[in-house]
Write a protein that binds this ligand. Structure first.
Ligand SMILES: NC(=O)c1ccc[n+]([C@@H]2O[C@H](COP(=O)([O-])OP(=O)(O)OC[C@H]3O[C@@H](n4cnc5c(N)ncnc54)[C@H](O)[C@@H]3O)[C@@H](O)[C@H]2O)c1
Length: 272
């Protein structure tokens, strides 16, 4: 039994096929948990399960899940319970980011209703649907559980060219606090993590970098150079594994009194 004692627990990780979610899946599998890798990228989720099994052993499942659809989310939770008989942890990690300006004098890259709705659907409504389905299961089983929401330091700081993204991440902080107040009495802990600047993931796609550089009036090369130059007191980007380690700790009994708060993982960059 490891110090975190996650052996035999069941953890559902949304957006688990790539990036931070993938690192979190690795973390749970390494701790002996059953991992349910839930992603719209089903091929990636299946590949992740194959790799988890060969690296860490244990039993894991891939689920073709879209966090914006109630039916899909309900199926995701049902699959976890059917496969492993329990649900102990939900990590609400799936997220998207489409940089746009609120107002673009050149009229090229303005926030549209369509983009607003897309980002809010995944980052905010997705959190609600997944947390609700998980909470129902955790409370009705009588065993409780842990819900972990992935926010972002931009949710506190705001972010030029990424207002809708930052807005949804600010919501993650208050949803975490509110659900903690509602679910604590049922034995469900609700916590968040807020990563800052990390090593690159799929989120930092060529289209994302092009649009973000445009909104800031700089070139993609300058944007890339800026990732390194921003003032991070620890002097480096964060590792995906450092987010995963924090999530595994928060999911464990070792963090049994941490509730309703969002842990900043930004190397000291964010002021709050
Ligand atoms: N990368 C960073 O620097 C950073 C910083 C702070 C916060 N975050 C947050 O961390 C989370 C993961 O980001 P990432 O950088 O690993 O992104 P990523 O693009 O590398 O991975 C996101 C995963 O989510 C999946 N996904 C997207 N929409 C989905 C949907 N509707 N249903 C199910 N799955 C869906 C994608 O297929 C992908 O596998 C996001 O919530 C993001 O906002 C990232």
């Amino acid at each position: 039994m490891s110090w975190l004692n996650l052996d035999g627990k069941t953890a559902v990780v949304t957006g688990g096929a790539l990036g931070i979610g993938r690192a979190i899946c690795d973390g749970f599998a390494e701790c002996g948990a059953h991992v349910v890798v839930a992603d719209v990228n089903f091929e990636g989720a299946t590949q992740t399960v194959t790799e988890l099994t060969s690296r860490f052993g244990g039993e894991h499942r891939a689920v073709n899940a879209n966090v914006t659809s109630r039916q899909s989310v309900d199926d995701m939770i049902a699959t976890a319970v059917d496969a492993f008989g329990r649900l102990d942890v939900l990590v609400n990690n799936a997220g998207i980011n489409i940089p746009r300006l609120l107002m673009d004098p050149a009229g090229k890259e303005e926030l549209t209703e369509d983009i607003w709705d897309k980002v809010v659907a995944v980052n905010q409504k997705g959190l609600f649907l997944c947390a609700q389905a998980a909470a129902r299961q955790m409370v009705s089983s009588g065993a409780g559980g842990v819900i972990i929401n992935v926010a972002s330091e931009s949710g506190m700081e705001g972010s030029e060219g990424q207002s809708v993204y930052a807005g949804t991440k600010a919501a993650a902080y208050t949803l975490t606090r509110s659900w903690a107040k509602e679910l604590g009495r049922h034995g469900v802990r609700v916590v968040g993590v807020a990563p800052g600047i990390l090593e690159a993931t799929g989120l930092r796609s060529p289209e994302y970098e092009r649009a973000l550089a445009y909104t800031r009036g700089i070139t993609v090369e300058q944007l890339r150079a800026g990732y390194e130059k921003v003032s991070i007191p620890l002097g480096r980007s964060g590792r995906l594994s450092e987010v995963a380690d924090t999530v595994c700790f928060l999911a464990s009994e070792r963090a049994g009194y941490i509730h309703g708060t969002t842990v900043n993982i930004s190397g000291g960059k964010t002021r709050v």
